[in-house]
Design a protein around this ligand. Structure first.
Ligand SMILES: CC(=O)[C@@H](O)[C@H](O)COP(=O)(O)O
Ligand SMILES: NCC(=O)COP(=O)(O)O
Length: 247
């Protein structure tokens, strides 16, 4: 995908599935959430099929593949099981993420620099499907350079440290780290996306960073949707991003 001239919103629906899995019910259905998100202006739908299947299931990905009007961004760990599944569903976008079974959420970026040969082989194999492969990494020059070397056309910068920062100076420091990473990634010729932990009160500063192609947001949207409905939650987030990114 070429860089869009407006900032895109990728809606992550994982935590709709978290609620369903909590009780083993058929509802709420992440597929319905995806369709509502698209109607409300989502530019793409992100799902993370975790090794432990704590939220999204194969069934969700297979149904989404058939019904999405936009595009799927399939987040996956670099395992043979996931490679084979990706080859079966051939998503438009694939984001390689680190995964630890015990973690509450994705705690850090993929260590591309520390395992270049392995990531390069995965990027090559998945690119053969026609997918645009991105690497979910920390905003760190070493990791960004390694991402370019392994042939990924895109990166997604992990904004979790910014989201978790407590004091104004920590927030400013983490925001600068993301902004510097965006500039450095663009300088390396990469498409630069960002996401993780973004919500209605912290998204604008990130959306104001020039050059970000897409923000992937999930948990905050699902949480807000409890009170306003999924379409309104997505539309509100999209309006915030578009307003902040236009300045
Ligand atoms: C890689 C990533 O950031 C997302 O997959 C997102 O955080 C939602 O999934 P988890 O909450 O399971 O990490
Ligand atoms: N890759 C980040 C993502 O898809 C959404 O993360 P979060 O908003 O659920 O923290």
């Amino acid at each position: 995908m070429t860089q869009s001239n407006r900032m895109l919103l990728g809606v992550n629906i994982d935590h709709v599935a978290t609620l369903r899995q909590a009780r083993g019910t058929r509802y709420p259905d992440p597929v319905k959430a995806a369709l509502d998100a698209e109607e409300a202006g989502a530019d793409g739908i992100t799902v993370h099929l975790r090794e432990d299947r704590r939220h999204i299931q194969e069934r969700d990905v297979l149904l989404l593949k058939d019904v999405l009007q936009t595009r799927m961004n399939f987040e996956m760990g670099v395992t043979e099981e996931m490679m084979v599944f990706a080859e079966r569903i051939r998503p438009a976008h694939i984001c390689l993420v680190p995964e630890t079974r015990q973690e509450l959420t994705t705690e850090g970026g993929l260590d591309v620099a520390g395992q270049e040969a392995r990531i390069k082989a995965a990027v090559e194999r998945l690119s053969r499907l026609g997918a645009e492969v991105s690497l979910f990494i920390d905003a760190d020059e070493r990791q960004i350079e390694a991402s370019r070397r392994v042939g990924a056309p895109a990166i997604e910068l992990h904004t979790g440290r910014y989201a978790d920062a407590q004091t104004p100076s920590e927030v400013a420091e983490e925001l600068k780290r993301v902004a510097d990473g965006v500039a450095f990634g663009l300088g390396q010729g990469l498409i630069v996306n960002a996401g993780h932990g973004l919500h209605y009160h912290n998204v604008e500063a990130v959306a104001a960073i020039k050059g970000i192609n897409e923000l992937n947001i999930g948990h905050a949207l699902v949480a807000h949707a409890l009170f306003v409905g999924f379409k309104s939650a997505v539309a509100e987030m999209k309006a915030l991003i578009l307003a902040a990114s236009r300045h």
